[in-house]
Design a protein around this ligand. Structure first.
Ligand code: SME
Length: 141
């Protein structure tokens, strides 16, 4: 899928167009119910292009799995969202989650968020894959 993402990303297009198409490709991942982007502005994250149910529009950096990933600049894998203190439940279907920061020049500019309707959906494989996607996308910011 990384090849498909590389093929669809065009640095000459607006960010929203690129992230919209990348969200459509990420939605081809099996056993997920939400995927998309939250973009950084000052001390909060705002909803970007996504696929799935209506989600929270704004997440303070101090809150949620997304805020934690943005603050720590680390990929966060949550095998069971009910056990993550401060998890923000946008959908009752979400059981596990991965959030990967997009880092440009040591600054988090956005996060990739993927939710799954099953527990333990995300492993090292997704950490690697979404890390590569984040690395590819950082140049768009
Ligand atoms: N669960 C996230 C919020 C975003 S939704 O999953 C789409 C969080 O705790 O930050």
């Amino acid at each position: 899928m990384l090849d498909k993402i590389k093929a669809v990303v065009d640095k000459n297009l607006p960010l929203v167009s690129n992230l919209s198409n990348v969200s459509a490709l990420l939605n081809e991942l099996k056993d997920i119910n939400w995927c998309g982007f939250y973009l950084r502005r000052e001390d909060y994250l705002y909803l970007g292009p996504f696929q799935g149910e209506v989600a929270c529009s704004l997440i303070p950096l101090s809150k949620g799995v997304c805020g934690h990933a943005a603050r720590s600049k680390q990929t966060i894998v949550v095998p069971d969202v009910a056990l993550f203190p401060g998890h923000i439940a946008c959908s009752s279907f979400s059981k596990s989650e991965i959030v990967v920061p997009i880092i440009k020049e040591q600054t988090v500019v956005a996060v990739i968020d993927v939710d799954a309707p099953i527990y333990n959906r995300f492993s090292k494989k997704e950490v690697m894959f979404l890390g590569n996607v984040a690395d590819l996308l950082k140049d768009l910011f």
